[in-house]
Design a binder for this molecule. Sequence first.
Ligand code: GRF
Length: 191
Amino acid sequence: MSKNLGVLISGRGSNFENIQKKIEAGALEAQICCVISNKKTAGGLEIAAHYRIPSYTLNVSEFESFEKYEQEIVRILKEHKVDWVILAGYLRMVKKNLLQAFPNKILNIHPSLLPAFKGLNAQEQALAAGVKVAGCTVHFVNEDLDSGKIVGQKALQVLEDDTVESLSSRILTLEHQLYPEAIQAVIKNTL
Ligand code: GRF
């Protein structure tokens, strides 16, 4: 049966839009039921409006605590009967409330070949380390940053004249291939 996805974002939303397009093209048996952003300026909110997907902005600083903020996220996701939570450029840690509400049902994409270069500015970290191969990873989310079980990875060669921008852009192209494939594999349990 087709699965309900809830997408969490903080910014541009290109992975979110790409997943929506793959769904519309029939490449992914799912529907995005809601989008939640922790930033009201996130470009992904306009994408949600374009596709008429319900969206919500929750500012963590307007909540009594991080726990209450996550409880509200869980409430919205449950209201939309979400089966899988898809982090797509969501720049907050995921903590107990969300993890316990969706055990082993939260996925993230990260622009490095994990376990290398966790955290922010992964592409810059890769260039600074002088690696010759870079890429992206889809993984299950646990309480530690960018550390859950790996679902899939795609790699590319770092070029001599790569800048953070050029490398990030080529990795993003790979992300747009990997994330829908990985979600489809996980929700169909064909891993
Ligand atoms: C991507 O590079 C993703 O790997 C990272 O954040 C970025 C989000 O980009 N987690 P977008 O908002 O999906 O365009």
